[in-house]
Design a protein around this ligand. Sequence first.
Ligand code: FES
Length: 158
Amino acid sequence: MPTPEATIDSAQIGRIISSHTDLEGPLLPILHALQDAFGFVPSQAHAPIAEALNITRAELHGVISFYHDFQTAPQGRHVLKICRAEACQSVGGKALAEKTLAKLGLDWHGTTPNGAVTIEPVYCLGLCACAPAVMIGDKVIGRVDDTRMDSIISEAGA
Ligand code: FES
């Protein structure tokens, strides 16, 4: 369960950073530890990380945005990933994604107001033969149509 942004403990951020600074290449372990602790990499950690590792905030942003697994905001209880790669796009994945986003009133990376579902793009789930594919939690689902998507998001509580 992600920590709400307003309740982020800066002392905990400091402890996480200082417990990794002796490592060789400490940045990724620090980012992973922050994400494990809070469910995402809080913006409050950026300045202390940059200072501790003697890097610029731009360098830090570059690393966080390069690795798609790092989240920069609290996520919903369920993360619904919709495949945007070619095989899925060519058999209705694009329309499925657009309808889902419109139905939930979200943009990519958005979370429903009740905190139930966050929508993320993904680029191939290895289920191209059963496109269009989505993933909810750790479950991959193929041949998703509007009806199936409705039940996925309703089961997730959106
Ligand atoms: S392209 Fe969507 S699962 Fe491979």
